[in-house]
Design a protein around this ligand. Structure first.
Ligand code: G16
Length: 543
């Protein structure tokens, strides 16, 4: 089998965003597009000679084709071995678990996460380092640099491999080990959680609905919840992964997972509801009549983590992304452990986890996880909730109420303005940035700005600085708003407005979140005039 060296030219825009390179599928399918980016990754990490890679994706359209191309390129670049999920499938947290358990030299994950799939949808690719987490900025910048200088790529001239059975095969000189996508991940979950307690919960009639949204978590949820923990067979819905995710938008939030949300708010709600996203790293948690914001979920999980065997020794610290509510900080303070505030992007948690400074991490964007892997992990969050429910013997709403009574409540919501004009959104952010110093002391819609800044993060482990990470407006009335542009979209721009207000008056802990936040929403509108500047009546998504 011959190695072919193909002459190529740099392609514009191969700059990884918040989480790898995400583009419209048709862009990734353009001649040489995938090949250029993959070669740039290989070159940026010092080549592949003799290395072992983990490889898998969320099964979306183009996953199959891309895996075959990457395998041929890995072989041509001298890799010794590739561990590939059966049929090219690995959820993002499972890929991280495989990289760590098998100590591979990192891996490539094919996913555009919660973005819709299909030929008219999105596709994505990211490189994870040997610790199992998304490549840090220094590496993604090196990848981008290589993509702007690339002159050739290497690929094996060979037939595609059959990836449908678990076994070892050769792709030229490289050994390809086709692995069951669930086994290593399920082994890890079994070590962390009290499966006996959860089994007893289901045996006692506890009812649950898990919406896999026709994406990658279906097989994982089936195997663990139904297969191992004894949940009835109807528990996991939309369990078959489809290349176009059934035409849906697999983002587990009240808007895109509306059928589950409505079920949980209705008269026939089961005890517990949960959903995960395209690649299995996000989660949504619901109880009967109760929606748990991701920020609250992190705080509740942190406060109760010791109930799970894997965390019985306690937590070393809690990390959250800056726009995530400060509810987790209150738990850290009570536990007497450090709280960290990082920029948006799971990659920023990697150093804290590796250094043993944090055990639990979370983001408002439906991501929670721990040091068990280096990605956020949807099913992990669901299992920790189940473990806590089983051990406390309380409903989701009871657990939330008790938490708010102890700590107060951080009312929280994110308003997304999706697919807006890029220039208009960038100008809005730039104008606000230019006014940050003049805002303190001024009052808007009854709220007084106490401080305003552009968030900058100094990594306490490697000393690197990441600036320009989001505009923060702190109000004297114990409220905060953050504005930033999404780094994961593929069309136009998405403006995210994060709103939060703390309340500890016992009589005001059960308000509607949007009502409780109305003054903060109004203040942001008064400060930025965003609706008219973006030509929108309101947000597309309120989490
Ligand atoms: C990715 C990142 C997360 C981030 C989220 C939203 O999640 O891994 O860390 O919070 O995007 O980012 P942005 O606000 O820039 O769109 P996922 O689930 O899409 O991989």
């Amino acid at each position: 089998m011959a190695v072919k060296t193909v002459a190529t030219k740099p392609i514009e825009g191969q700059k990884p965003g918040t989480s790898g390179l995400r583009k419209q599928t048709r862009v990734f399918m353009e001649p040489g597009y995938l090949e250029n980016f993959v070669q740039s990754i290989f070159d940026a990490i010092g080549g592949l000679q003799g290395k072992t890679l983990t490889l898998g994706g969320d099964g979306r359209y183009f996953n199959k084709r891309a895996i075959q191309i990457i395998l041929k390129m890995a072989a041509a670049n001298g890799a010794a071995r590739a561990l590939v999920g059966q049929n090219g499938i690995l959820s993002t947290p499972a890929a991280s678990a495989v990289i760590r358990a098998r100590k591979t030299d990192g891996g490539l994950i094919l996913s555009a996460s919660h973005n819709p799939a299909g030929e008219d949808g999105d596709f994505g690719l990211k490189y994870n380092i040997p610790a199992g987490g998304p490549a840090p900025e220094a590496v993604t910048e090196a990848i981008y640099r290589h993509s702007r200088e690339i002159r050739e790529y290497h690929i094996l001239e060979a037939a595609d491999l059959d990836l449908s059975t678990c076994r070892e095969v050769q792709q030229g000189p490289m050994t390809v080990e086709i692995i069951d996508p669930v086994t290593i991940y399920a082994d890890l979950m079994r070590k962390l959680f009290d499966f006996d307690a959860i089994r007893a919960l289901f045996a006692g009639g506890f009812s649950m609905r898990f919406d896999a949204m026709h994406a990658v978590t279906g097989p994982y949820a089936r195997a663990i919840l139904e297969g191992e923990l004894g949940a009835p067979e109807s528990t996991v819905i939309n369990a078959a992964p489809l290349p176009d995710f059934g035409g849906g938008h697999p983002d587990p939030n009240p808007v895109y997972a509306k059928p589950l949300f409505d079920l949980m708010m209705g008269p026939d709600a089961p005890d517990f509801g949960a959903a995960s996203d395209g690649d299995g790293d996000r989660n949504m948690i619901l109880g009967r009549g109760a929606y748990v914001t991701p920020s609250d979920s992190l705080a509740v999980l942190a406060a109760n983590a010791r109930l799970a065997p894997g965390y019985a020794a306690g937590l070393k610290g809690i990390a959250r992304s800056m726009p995530t509510s400060r509810a987790a900080d209150r738990v850290a303070a009570k536990l007497g452990i450090p709280a960290f505030e990082t920029p948006t992007g799971w990659k920023f948690f990697g150093n804290l986890l590796d250094a043993g400074k944090a055990t639990l991490c979370g983001e408002e964007s439906a991501g929670t996880g721990s040091d068990h892997v280096r990605e956020k992990d949807g099913l992990w969050a669901v299992l920790l909730w189940l473990n806590i429910i089983a051990r406390r013997g309380e409903s989701v709403q009871e657990i939330l109420n008790a938490h708010w009574a102890d700590y107060g409540r951080d009312y929280y919501s994110r308003h997304d303005y999706e697919g807006v004009d890029k220039a208009a959104a960038e100008a809005l952010v730039a104008d606000l940035r230019a006014r940050l110093t003049e805002l303190p002391g001024q009052t808007f819609a009854g709220l007084t700005v106490a401080a305003a800044d552009d968030f900058s993060y100094n990594d306490p482990v490697d000393g690197s600085t990441s600036s320009g990470q989001g505009l923060r407006l702190f109000f004297a009335e114990n409220a905060r708003a953050v504005l930033r542009l999404s780094g994961t979209g593929t069309v136009g721009a998405t403006l995210r407005v994060y709103l939060e207000r703390f309340e500890d008056d016992p009589g005001k802990l059960a308000l509607d979140a949007q009502d409780a936040l109305a003054p903060v929403t109004a203040a942001v509108e008064e400060i930025t005039g965003l609706k008219s500047r973006l030509g929108r009546d309101g947000p597309d998504v309120r989490t």
